[in-house]
Design a protein around this ligand. Structure first.
Ligand SMILES: [Zn+2]
Ligand SMILES: [Zn+2]
Length: 433
């Protein structure tokens, strides 16, 4: 494949996507960041380059991470086509949910926040491979890693911030965009059997390779569901609806009006019929019900979220005393983390313990500032160390070369390599001028 790629001439580097045809297929968002890196430009600049090449009109305030590249929208489709064209890498649709856009309702497939499996990223790095984001992490129903059977996380282990996986102008997949720490450290909680089952089903779905012409069709899938209703409940859709724990009108809507089910609903059907998710989506009942898998307990798979937790009465005097003690202690923690430990909302903390929470925030910011300065110092020392080595080979000193020349263990705690490098270059240029 690499040989074939090297032979092609394309506008953008023909970067090979990772894991196509496996449950661990790369997401388009991840591919996009790696493509930008291969050109040593920011993801934002790559976005503008693609827009110019495709002669798309720019929208003011456009942000590359604002578009759902890995999803199943028309935008995802346009970008997949454009990137395939510009890189000459065929069928980049495989890095999105587009092959399933006819059989899964679009809204149902989006995750609430950017999540990842730290163990997968750690494995990538340990194997000397490029850390990348898996497409399954961008699927709403998935909350666990099928490979490691652990829960996905969405908070940086270093700085405690959420939404720092890729929401930035410049992204190196696997490193926090806020503090630059590696996202593949630390442990995550074990997944429940239900979470692992759902992740496994989605993994199996993503492992099926479709080109856009052969992708599953709504008619075939609804036909399959009709057959299930016939076999399991004598064709009575109300009884089938009860079986899968959904309102009867929902099931009737799919079957009589051709409505597209959401992903949670499809998982319910798979769990109660024993059909695997990929077979259900393809409407393929050829081996059913002979090769019927286990039927799962619906309540443990889909706990009723509507049941509200009783309102908690908080002892704010005690909480304020706890915060005051934290402010005196040598450990520095963020307000967000403290709120999480106390099981309180951050806003409530600021309302009821304002003085203490603000003091905590000041300490945290000073601490981060200090860490950031130390790490930038370490980073510039590191770059200075490898600079002569790279220059001696006649190569340009850029992010890729720096990362390639630094031993893996030295990269721990190293942050902002890109921006430090830019700064050093600017200083060097002004010195020469
Ligand atoms: Zn994993
Ligand atoms: Zn971070």
């Amino acid at each position: 494949m690499t040989q074939k790629l090297l032979m092609t001439r394309s506008v953008l580097n023909p970067v090979a996507p990772i894991g196509v045809g496996t449950p661990e297929v790369e997401s388009m968002g991840s591919y996009f960041c790696r493509l930008a890196m291969s050109h040593c430009i920011s993801a934002a600049d790559l976005g503008h380059t693609v827009e110019r090449a495709m002669q798309w009109s720019h929208s003011e305030g456009w942000r590359w991470h604002g578009i759902s590249l890995s999803g199943m929208s028309d935008t995802a489709h346009d970008w997949a086509c454009a990137l395939s064209k510009l890189t000459s890498v065929d069928n980049l649709h495989s890095l999105t949910l587009l092959p399933w856009r006819d059989v899964i309702a679009e809204q149902s497939a989006r995750p609430a926040s950017a999540q990842w499996c730290p163990h997968c990223l750690a494995d990538d790095r340990a194997a000397g491979a490029t850390p990348y984001f898996r497409l399954s992490w961008d699927v709403g129903a998935v909350s666990a890693c099928p490979k490691h059977q652990r829960r996905l996380v969405h908070v940086c282990p270093d700085c405690g911030c959420a939404n720092t996986r890729h929401k930035s102008v410049f992204v190196v997949p696997g490193w926090c965009t806020s503090c630059g720490g590696f996202l593949g450290v630390g442990d995550s909680e074990p997944a429940t059997p239900a979470e692992a089952w759902i992740a496994g089903q989605l993994g199996a779905m993503l492992a099926v390779k479709y080109d856009l012409a052969s992708r599953p069709s709504l008619e075939a899938m609804l036909d399959g569901i009709r057959k299930l209703v016939q076999h399991l409940d004598d064709g009575k859709s109300a009884r089938f609806a009860r079986r899968i724990g959904l309102p009867k009108n929902t099931v009737r809507y799919w079957l009589t009006e051709g409505g597209t089910p959401g992903l949670p609903a499809l998982l319910r059907i798979a769990s109660q019929s024993g059909l695997t998710l990929p077979k259900l989506l393809a409407g393929d009942l050829t081996e059913w019900p002979q090769a019927c898998a286990d039927i799962h307990d619906l309540n443990s798979l889909f706990p009723d979220l509507k049941e509200r937790a009783p309102r908690k009465v908080r002892n704010w005097d005690r909480i304020r005393a706890q915060l005051a003690a934290l402010n005196e202690s040598s450990a520095v923690v963020s307000v967000r983390e403290t709120a999480r430990d106390l099981n309180v909302n951050v806003r409530q903390l600021y309302i009821h313990a304002n003085e203490e929470a603000r003091a905590l925030a000041v300490r945290w910011n000073e601490h981060r500032q200090r860490l950031s300065e130390e790490s930038r110092k370490k980073t510039s020392e590191l770059i200075e160390r490898v600079y002569p080595e790279i220059a001696a080979k006649g190569k340009a000193v850029n992010l890729r070369e720096v990362l390639a020349h630094v031993p893996k263990e030295d990269l721990d705690g190293v942050r902002d390599v890109f921006s430090v490098l830019q700064e050093m270059k600017k200083m060097e240029q002004s010195r020469v001028a």
